[in-house]
Design a protein around this ligand. Sequence first.
Ligand SMILES: C[S@@+](CC[C@H](N)C(=O)[O-])C[C@H]1O[C@@H](n2cnc3c(N)ncnc32)[C@H](O)[C@@H]1O
Length: 264
Amino acid sequence: MIKYIGSKRALLGQVSSTVASLLPQGGTVCDLFSGSARVGHALKGQGFRVWSNDHNAYAHTLATAYVQADRERWLDRAEAVLAELRTVTPARGWFTKAFCEDARFFHPDNGAIIDAMRERIAAMALEPELEAIVLVALMEAADRVDSTAGLQMAYMKAWASRALKPLELRMPDVLPGVAAGPCRATHADAVQIAPEIEADLVYLDPPYNQHSYLGNYHCWESLVLWDKPETYGIANKRIDVKTRKSAFNSRPGIGPALEAVIAG
Ligand SMILES: C[S@@+](CC[C@H](N)C(=O)[O-])C[C@H]1O[C@@H](n2cnc3c(N)ncnc32)[C@H](O)[C@@H]1O
């Protein structure tokens, strides 16, 4: 899974055992700020019916692959798509220029592979769950060879040693479906979707400072959306980082927003 600030990787055992102590097997859990999708993935793995939500597209893609998609439905086709992608000829494009030349988050040799694979994925017009699995494989492969300290606000002056290794696609750990019913991933603002949530338990893990996750992980957002946006600043962030704000990144905003979520 990708490096993600605020990820509950180290707390997964505690979160899962707390949920298990409160709910019967097959209960429904909603993770309203799903981020890396690790929590939903762990809970689905324990047999809970999970609903993961996040307002960023890359996080929704992670949750679609790790929570909504079922292994038995997609594994063979996803392996076949990944095998095809491994044969593409690298071709420098938007990603290489924006994130390997103008900014230096990835080595240009890997940038050209990412560009070629992403263009091929777009041309394939895959079903959404299959596309999400393949995009997660590409995101994770790029993450393993990045040249950052974990955030895409800045990059290393000299290439990190891992950035010099060739990018390698691996099949994400997509889980089998759960007996209790389908899991789902949504892409919405937490305040707006809160009134629609039906779950036995809602897990709330909002941001806890002023730095937006969209700004921290703008390369993933652009890779997933593949809209080749106008960019700004040394980090070449997407222009919409300036306008797509979350109330949960604001000191005066988070209290009322959290109240609205709980009331919803
Ligand atoms: C602390 S992280 C969650 C980490 C997650 N539990 C994990 O283990 O990876 C907070 C998440 O909230 C999302 N977020 C921020 N504002 C949001 C909003 N208004 N609605 C929905 N999601 C939001 C961010 O994109 C980010 O992924």
